[in-house]
Design a protein around this ligand. Structure first.
Ligand code: MAN
Length: 348
């Protein structure tokens, strides 16, 4: 049952709405924004995915080499090339991404119309572990500043990086906090019994799968006491992968986490988990059916269709103002009632 009220202004942002951020590139996709509030405005940390204008018969894409952009080009009829997934290029046993992603800020007075402010620079990948880019930023608003967790992509790894900032003008890079293969990391916005908590999503393909885990940390940088809190469910909408969205919402009933789940056909929907306020390793309830699924045209077709992916929201009373990437191509907004989400959930 889809209980999300989509904005009449959807999509709020499309690739053509912004100029490319890297010389010689075009924006192919805008996706999966982190969200925070600052100076009375709503801010999105967009994932911007760019590549050069494509030439007939070729596929070309950028990577970083020693922190400078390099373009790789393959002939489309090369028998060693696999282009079955629009997001990934497989060539001679090596995977590449078709686009290079970085993070870029936009802000809004009304939460609907967004613009850039030149005072706030984009965040580009840096160093060997981000040579294929950085993606899907979560912003945790903490007592001592903002903690940004995002996917770092390179030929050797997909892992989770951390950056902290107080003003989004200067950034402190804290390195990779969850080693490969890991993504979808959302830090809780307050400590529990003096410890930081975070969801993360390691992948264990041989035994296990793509499940949501919980970890603790004394300092937000070093994480331990890992426990699995949600697995995929055979035959269900979340049968192939599950991953946390943004920081969980503190409610009277428990921590409410909106997560994404996908099936083998890569159809991405949203569901919810409810975790104990004092011991979030204890799952109190979970959605049986999705609370939001790709039903609008812009969610069903695009760069990679049938995808609703969220990693950012802000909360006002009972209302979750949820921002999401639709079809891996455009930025959209929906509102959901916390009460209604809780009513749809069942004890696991
Ligand atoms: C998957 C998708 C892509 C992403 C890569 C690397 O293929 O989630 O969007 O670029 O992983 O993280």
């Amino acid at each position: 049952m889809d209980i999300a009220k989509r904005s009449d202004c959807n999509p709020l942002l499309r690739p053509a709405d912004l100029p490319a951020g890297i010389d010689g590139m075009e924006i192919t996709c805008l996706l999966n924004p982190g969200v925070f509030r600052m100076d009375g405005k709503v801010w999105l940390v967009l994932r911007v995915a760019e590549r050069p204008k494509q030439v007939e018969g070729k596929i070309s894409f950028p990577i970083y080499e020693n922190d400078t952009i390099k373009i790789l080009t393959f002939d489309k009829d090369d028998p060693q090339l696999d282009l079955a997934d629009p997001r990934v290029i497989a060539y001679k046993g090596q995977n590449y991404l078709t686009t290079l992603s970085y993070l870029r800020l936009v802000c809004s007075e009304d939460g609907i119309h967004f613009h850039e402010d030149p005072q706030y620079p984009p965040i580009f990948g840096k160093g060997a572990l981000e040579s294929f880019g950085i993606e899907d930023c979560r912003v945790a608003t903490m007592d001592d500043g903002f903690y940004l967790t995002f996917t770092e992509v390179s030929p050797v790894a997909v892992g989770v990086g951390l950056i902290s900032t107080n003003d989004f003008k200067t950034y402190k890079r804290r390195g990779m906090i969850f080693p490969p293969h890991n993504k979808d990391c959302a830090i809780f916005e307050e400590k529990i019994n003096g410890l930081y908590y975070a969801f993360h999503r390691p992948s264990s393909p041989e035994l296990g799968g793509n499940y949501i885990w919980l970890a603790q940390s004394p300092d937000g940088v070093h994480w331990g006491n890992h426990r699995c809190v949600a697995v995929t469910r055979a035959g269900s909408w979340d049968s192939a992968r599950v991953g946390a969205g943004a920081a969980p919402i503190k409610t009277k009933e428990g921590w409410l986490e909106i997560y994404h789940g996908a099936n083998a056909e890569h159809r991405y929907c949203l569901g919810a988990l409810l975790l104990d306020l004092h011991n979030p390793a204890k799952v109190l309830a979970r959605s049986t059916q999705p609370i939001m699924e790709p039903i609008a045209d812009y969610e069903k077709t695009g760069f990679f269709g049938n995808v609703i992916f969220t990693n950012g929201h802000y909360v006002d009373g009972d209302t979750v103002h949820l921002y999401y990437g639709a079809s891996d191509e455009v930025i959209c907004k929906a509102t959901l009632s916390i009460d209604e989400i809780l009513k749809t959930m069942n004890t696991p």
